[in-house]
Design a protein around this ligand. Sequence first.
Ligand code: IDP
Ligand code: MG
Length: 137
Amino acid sequence: MEQTLSIIKPDAAAKNVIGKIIDRFESNNLKIAAIKKLKLSEEDAGKFYAVHKERPFFKDLVKFMTSGAVVVMVLEGENAVAKNRELMGATNPKEAKKGTIRADFAESIDANAVHGSDSLENAAIEIAFFFSKRELA
Ligand code: IDP
Ligand code: MG
């Protein structure tokens, strides 16, 4: 059993498709182990995406991620990290496979509907960034 971090980004939350996205996870044997809706501060977003600090799109990414509320979740299940990445589709929705969340709900490479941890190691770091022990009980 694995856990991974998922974020429904501001574009998707604003489009009123939170439930539709959660249904993709639940229909594919991923359980919502923890969940909350919040608005990231600039500091939060900068810390969360610190690995991308040197990338040309970093500033835009922080601006976008703080532009509205997000839904942060811990998904739990067999191969949760890889399964979530598969359900999300490619970073650029134009390259995402048919039927994936990004193909169906995202507009552009910046506003791409969802985040998902890219490894088990990063999943643990990202989960701890957002959730306390009590919330994960
Ligand atoms: P991922 O979300 O599929 O793991 P990453 O490469 O980790 O993709 O990038 C993090 C986020 O940064 C992406 O989801 C996207 O919102 C944004 N991003 C990545 N590459 C670009 C780009 O070339 N232009 C603009 N935004 C980008
Ligand atoms: Mg990534």
